[in-house]
Ligand binder design. Structure first.
Ligand code: SF4
Ligand code: SF4
Length: 381
């Protein structure tokens, strides 16, 4: 199945036009002209990554639109499926190291049912996996991805599917090829820099060569197939952007980075969810600054997401994972246990209505008041 099968709609036509336009955009043209000149390419990449980095954490809480114009919270736009809640890495900045949850994999039947419900409810994006997990450890990941596309096609809907991975398993069992063949829209590879010593220091695993091999195979395969998958490479580093751009292994990756199909970003800042993390950060790594609670009058973008855990817990927001690490797996944003009710029923519960109202009235649950991932919903969704 191809993306053309899924997007055989007006939305698909619009997306194709947007893509064609972007190919001739000034930024794209300048970039393509300069691609043969390595210093200029590095300078452009530096500028692009710095801009993205700034946008990512400098938030504007004063966007002026009325609450009446916001899309309703009753119908979630995005589904985050935590298909597995374990990971084969042990990053210094990740809460995984403190997680007390029982390891679990989401059953195939449950995942398929939830995906079908979400698409029929109008979800336009599905992410495998969010939170603290490595989705390539789930043996049925491809079955779940294919089910999402098949159901979207059956219902005449369009859905974008996104996978987030640490990249260490891309070379294993031809995962790099299977991901591309799956019809996936986007893939994020979250890694440290392309320096083995720093990678082992931050990810605390000895899988640097597997990650690099898998990433290069993935990039090559995607290029050969004419870029069916949008790939982003996210760098978690303690060094300066200028320093990481000069890493010798990065020079193997750079020829594939075109800022259109293959992008890169980096960050020095991390979620302020557990005070124990701060002591483990190295170099320029630091915890993010929060927006003052009194400025958080608009609903957070993440309020339009539903996260479903392998244990069947449904929660608003697929970002702020901290509270889910407690032994009960419950927090203020949890609104249902999908082992007892379906997703459509869960969205009509009093609990969900209560949470929607609090977000809409600017009285966000306390977990949101100090969450460093708060992003006010923009005027146009
Ligand atoms: S790879 Fe991701 S989920 Fe795994 S430990 Fe690192 S940050 Fe956490
Ligand atoms: S403020 Fe944080 S916890 Fe609340 S919805 Fe946004 S990302 Fe989630």
């Amino acid at each position: 199945m191809t993306k053309q099968d899924v997007f055989g709609t007006q939305a698909g036509v619009n997306a194709s036009r947007a893509l064609a336009a972007s190919m001739w955009s000034p930024r794209s043209l300048i970039y393509r002209l300069s691609s043969a000149v390595k210093p200029l390419k590095l300078a452009l990449l530096y500028a692009a990554m710095r801009t993205k980095h700034r946008k990512f954490w400098q938030l504007d809480p004063n966007l002026a639109i009325s609450l009446a114009n916001l899309p309703p919270l009753e119908s979630p736009k995005y589904l985050g499926l935590e298909v597995i809640n374990t990971c084969n890495a042990n990053c210094v900045f990740c809460e995984k190291q403190f997680s007390r949850r029982e390891p679990a994999v989401m059953s195939s039947d449950f995942a398929r049912r939830t995906i079908t419900d979400a698409i029929s409810l109008g979800c336009t994006g599905i992410t495998f996996s969010c939170m603290i997990s490595e989705p390539l450890l789930d043996k049925d990941l491809y079955g779940k991805i294919q089910h999402a596309y098949a159901e979207a096609r059956r219902m005449g809907r369009s859905v974008r599917v996104w996978v987030i991975t640490n990249g260490t398993l891309l070379a294993k069992n031809d995962n790099y090829k299977r991901l591309i063949d799956s019809g996936l829209d986007s893939l994020s590879v979250s890694t440290s820099s392309f320096d083995k010593t720093e990678y082992e220091q931050i990810y605390r695993i000895r899988k640097y060569s597997q990650m690099l091999e898998g990433l290069l195979l993935l990039l090559e395969e995607n290029q050969k197939a004419n870029y069916p998958v949008d790939i982003s490479i996210s760098i978690r580093t303690g060094r300066s952007l200028a320093a990481i751009l000069l890493d010798s292994d990065l020079q193997l990756v750079l020829p594939f980075v075109d800022l259109r199909h293959v992008t890169m970003d980096f960050t020095h800042t991390y979620y302020d969810r557990d005070p124990r993390i701060e002591a483990m950060l190295t170099g320029r790594m630091r915890l993010r600054k929060n927006i003052a609670a009194e400025l958080r009058k608009r609903p957070c973008e993440e309020a339009y997401s539903v996260l479903v855990t392998p244990h069947g817990i449904a929660r608003m927001c697929s970002c702020q994972a901290g509270p889910l690490f407690n032994a009960t797996g419950q927090d203020e944003l949890v609104f249902a246990d999908l082992n007892h009710v379906s997703l459509p029923e869960a969205l009509r519960t009093r609990r969900k209505a209560y949470l929607n109202k609090r977000f809409m009235l600017g009285d966000m649950p306390s977990v949101c008041k100090h969450c460093d991932l708060y992003r006010p919903i923009p005027a146009v969704q």
